[in-house]
Design a protein around this ligand. Structure first.
Ligand code: CU
Length: 409
């Protein structure tokens, strides 16, 4: 009930620019009809009443413009021109009670499939379900997420170069929208989206050969594509090279993404998606693994002496990430997640384009909290940070001094 009220409140706030002038014109007309003789002839009254009626009608169309691009903006993208048809907002309320309420939308950063030990190609089968769910972005801040397997990012897939992949995509019956999957590891139309587009309750299977090694983003490409991604529909697939990747002690799976809400950052209740902010590239939240503070607890841990690898992807529809770990230097970076070219050595910050990824590796020499950030640091306040906790014995040869409260630079 509270969620529904907050939704309606956001609607009212979002359409205030039309409601207020309509009320003012209504008051002027009311006073005019009663007091001013000029308004008496029907030739004057009828056009006036018609004008107010037209303004009300415009108000009806502008309200949905919160979810779609406004009528006076002409988008040139493919598929539906807006972002979320208003009828789908109505469907959302019909379906909302059946939608799953996910306690924690964040994908576990440790959910990395084990390294592949096979030396021959194989057929590898996956099944993923698209779901529209309710979950918290921050305490009390509720989003209607759209997700692969109900987590953000969706499950990390791991195959070997040369494997045949059979991926079955199911769309949960409670979904309001159609969905599909476009994997950047696929050679073929739509990266798979062309053969996996499914309505609620449907299922389709994509088969493709993993020709190129690398770490690839996948995402939903059902129109309006950025709107689907900005609800959380992305993940990654690692195509290991035939010879495998160098052995490390710990691997982590992290994806940055952005979310656009009508209300400002921190406003409580169900957040209404803001297509205008998305179009303008002004995210309300920029986060790792789907929500604020998803990686700031105890879920990224390692020990002194270990070598870690982070598979880091960017599911944003407008922001390039400047990935950096405060307190560490990347010994090895596979720039743009390219496997096969010579990796870079000794990197502080690496750029990760929208719809791109990187693989970074570093050894842990001293204990303490290493902070994962997008080094466009104002984004930390929008949620883009996490902690890699390193336990072990100090090494004063490498780092010494009296520890203060700040854990930054
Ligand atoms: Cu989708």
């Amino acid at each position: 009930m509270l969620i529904a009220l907050s939704y309606i409140w956001s609607l009212i706030v979002g359409s205030i620019n039309i409601i207020v002038p309509t009320i003012i014109i209504g008051i002027i007309l009311f006073i005019g009809f009663k007091k001013i003789p000029f308004f008496k002839p029907w030739q004057i009254r009828l056009p006036m009443i018609a004008t107010v009626a037209i303004i009300f009608l415009i108000a009806l169309f502008v309200k949905p413009a919160i979810f779609e691009f406004p009528p006076f903006i002409k988008p040139y993208g493919p598929g539906i021109s807006g972002s979320i048809p208003f009828k789908n907002v109505i469907s959302f309320f019909k379906m909302k009670n059946k939608m799953e309420e996910v306690t924690d939308i964040a994908m576990d950063p440790n959910a990395v499939p084990p390294a592949i030990t096979r030396t021959e190609p194989a057929t590898v089968k996956f099944s993923i379900e698209t779901k529209e769910v309710i979950a918290e972005m921050a305490p009390g801040v509720v989003f209607n997420y759209w997700a692969f397997d109900g987590k953000i990012p969706g499950p990390m897939l791991r195959v070997r170069e040369g494997d045949m992949v059979e991926l079955t995509l199911k769309n949960n019956i409670t979904s309001v929208h159609g969905h599909n999957i476009d994997l950047h590891a696929v050679t073929g139309p739509g990266g798979g989206a062309a053969v996996t587009d499914i309505g609620p309750g449907e299922s389709k299977t994509l088969k493709f050969k993993a020709l190129n090694p690398g770490l690839y983003v996948y995402h939903c490409a059902h129109p309006n594509v950025p709107a689907h991604m900005a609800h959380g529909m992305y993940g990654m697939i690692l195509v290991e090279p035939k010879e495998g990747l160098p052995k490390v002690d710990k691997e982590f799976y992290v994806m940055q993404g952005d979310f656009y809400a009508v209300d400002p950052m921190g406003a409580k209740g169900l957040q209404v998606f803001d297509a205008h902010r998305m179009l303008d590239g002004l995210p309300t939240y920029i986060v790792f693994n789907g929500k604020t503070n998803s990686l700031t607890g105890n879920n990224m841990k390692a020990k002194v002496g270990e070598k870690v690898r982070i598979y880091f992807g960017n599911g944003s529809v407008s922001q390039i990430s400047s990935f950096h770990v405060i307190g560490e230097i990347f010994d090895t970076v596979y720039p743009e997640a390219a496997i096969g070219s010579e990796p870079h050595k000794n990197i502080q910050t690496t750029t990760v384009p929208a719809g791109g990824a990187t693989i970074v590796e570093f050894g842990l020499e001293v204990p303490g909290n290493n902070i994962l950030v997008d080094h466009a640091l104002s984004r930390m306040d929008r949620g883009a940070w996490g902690i890699l906790k390193v336990e072990g014995e100090p090494n004063k040869e490498i780092y010494d001094g009296v520890m203060g409260k700040s854990s930054g630079h």
